[in-house]
Design a protein around this ligand. Structure first.
Ligand SMILES: [Fe+2]
Length: 310
């Protein structure tokens, strides 16, 4: 696996690199820092007067889950996030007319013995393609507070081109939106939602943990096998991630190789254009239909209904 720091390559070349398994990391840029600052404002207001990284020392887990159930959607749907992502993409040389993104998620990784299910799900090793993401999807991830190797995320580079037996064939994005996702906040102690996961035990090593600065975006392909590191450092990790697709790659159906995903449905309905926040053209999305779209239900984290499509 190649890791590029502050690469000067243009967006087309960068996508090619990502599609062959590279990871790209950039120094903090003004809009990325602003996005993290905005997240911290919301987080700190929600957990006031506690230090958000230490809430597990001060509050019952059920109370924490209630706070997250309010905080996370507030961040996800905030208009300010969309504006800041637009600026961030411009800072990183994306062609805004052809770049589409989905709403940003605010993720939390609490100390493992406190909360690692439901709304703060500690992701087992997975590829986002197992969750119906297209092979041209690029994930953008950055820390909101300082992170450490013990509360970061990990890549499992060996599996970039090695098949991992998995049950992604049981996952349909539309069915998931209908049922499981809305109930995330109910899964406090354990998580019984059926998710795509490896069907063989994978050795955790070799693994790569990139410990970057606050506001330092890390880009990787949706086909990259990655996981949440079990948080053993006593400090909660807060991170932001969102995903992008480039219109040319959507039309041309290019991206990383799909070596082992059999998920159905598509997340293509979720992305909005970086210029005007309109959805992908319907005929482009239709290229990804697989017959299960009759079940289509808008994602709860997608932009509000009524956002124009074309
Ligand atoms: Fe993921």
């Amino acid at each position: 696996m190649n890791v590029f720091f502050d690469s000067q390559m243009d967006d087309a070349k960068r996508r090619q690199e990502l599609y062959r398994g590279s990871v790209l990391v950039y120094s903090p840029s003004p809009a990325a820092l602003k996005l993290c600052e905005f997240a911290r404002e919301l987080i700190e207001a929600a957990f006031h007067p506690h230090d958000p990284r230490k809430v597990h020392e001060h509050m019952a887990v059920e109370h924490c889950v209630q706070i997250l159930a309010d905080l996370k959607p507030k961040f996800i749907h905030h208009a300010r996030c969309k504006e800041l992502i637009q600026r961030l993409l411009a800072e990183r040389g994306c062609e805004l007319e052809k770049t589409y993104f989905d709403v940003p998620r605010l993720r939390t990784a609490f100390p493992s013995n406190y909360l690692s299910s439901g709304i703060a799900y500690a992701f087992h090793p997975h590829r986002d393609t197992w969750y119906s993401a297209p092979v041209c999807q690029i994930n953008w991830w950055m820390p909101v507070y300082e992170i450490f190797p013990e509360n970061s995320m990990a890549f499992h580079p060996r599996y970039w081109d090695e098949v991992v037996p998995n049950n992604s064939n049981t996952y349909n994005y539309y069915a998931w939106n209908r049922s499981s996702r809305q109930s995330a906040a109910q899964h406090v102690k354990t998580d019984t939602r059926e998710q795509p996961r490896p069907q063989a035990s994978l050795g955790p090593d070799p693994q790569l943990r990139v410990v970057a600065q606050v506001g330092s975006p890390m880009l990787f392909s949706a086909a990259q096998l990655h996981s949440t590191v079990p948080n053993a450092c006593g400090v909660t990790r807060y991170s932001i991630d969102f995903r992008t697709v480039h219109l040319d790659d959507v039309w041309n159906k290019v991206g990383a190789p799909n070596i082992d995903s059999a998920a159905t449905g598509t997340t293509m309905h979720d992305y909005i254009r970086a210029t005007d926040f309109l959805h992908l053209p319907e005929d482009a999305v239709a290229l990804y239909h697989d017959g299960t779209e009759a079940e289509f239900a808008p994602s709860p984290s997608a932009p509000p209904a009524g956002t124009a499509r074309r």
